[in-house]
Design a protein around this ligand. Sequence first.
Ligand code: ZN
Length: 82
Amino acid sequence: MTREPPPPSTPPTKAHVVRCPGCGGPSRYAPDNPFRPFCSERCKLADLGAWANEEFRVGAVEDADGPLDDAPESGSARPPRH
Ligand SMILES: [Zn+2]
């Protein structure tokens, strides 16, 4: 019986930089970053807080603030047809 050498598994600490979902900045996705995929504790907490708020809102009211001024309302967009 021959012993096989250990496979070259996961390379040691290959830091992976991802985008922080909290602030959009670079975040180290590595074991030494306990807040991954966030870049910092602040972003992690902020995101969790936002999540909770969102859930509360959706659960309570759906159209809370009404439509935003995103789409132009009827006005001067189309010329009148004859
Ligand atoms: Zn961040």
